[in-house]
Design a binder for this molecule. Sequence first.
Ligand SMILES: Nc1ncnc2c1ncn2[C@@H]1O[C@H](COP(=O)(O)OP(=O)(O)O)[C@@H](O)[C@H]1O
Ligand SMILES: [Mg+2]
Length: 217
Amino acid sequence: MIVLEGVTKIYHENVYALKDVSLHISKGECCFILGPSGAGKTTLLKILYGLETPTNGQVALYDRNIKKIGRSGLQSLRRHIGFVFQDYQLIENWTVYDNAAVILEILGKSSGYIKNRVWQMLRWVGLQHKVYERAKDLSGGEKQLLSIIRATIHDPDILLADEPVGSLDEAAAHHVMNMLFKLNKKGMTMLIASHREGPLIDLARTINLDKGMTVTR
Ligand SMILES: Nc1ncnc2c1ncn2[C@@H]1O[C@H](COP(=O)(O)OP(=O)(O)O)[C@@H](O)[C@H]1O
Ligand SMILES: [Mg+2]
């Protein structure tokens, strides 16, 4: 379902974020990408979402080469993907409700459906008491929970999550990882980047990245 073949990303001369990385993720898999800060984890996820282009190598999602699908192809592909940004990327002046609902609105869901689904997701992570607060007034942990809602509210086939529990305390991180595993059990394919070994990691496949290269333990 997700294929990288010999992917290299050079940002500047001599700054190799990824070096000849090959990776195959099957439908329904849950895979962690582990590695220290600067290893290339964010770059790898951004390439899969079409936010960065590889300098060399091939990238395919659903057997479609993302270099060749064009702008509209990329947009329709993204309807099936959720992305949790390391820095959240919320719309800071909007309320929690509006940040959560935006993707369902883009997808043209009815307002009744959206209302039910947003409340369901807020209850799921325990954010319902913040529904009318603006994103900018949330704590780091609350922003992270909201960014996880936004990435999963449309029940995507694929979830790309960049340090999704990095701002949460241990109990909350455990709760969120449990929720993500439940989504995976229901069939969501997941690629989760993390700079440290978090809760439940030994239940999943892990790939280690260091200085842009995959390393085997
Ligand atoms: N937009 C960018 N421009 C230049 N260099 C970048 C950019 N993004 C990341 N890098 C560099 O690429 C390398 C990998 O970064 P990143 O993918 O963010 O790693 P990680 O997420 O594992 O911390 C680092 O050396 C980083 O400084
Ligand atoms: Mg990163």
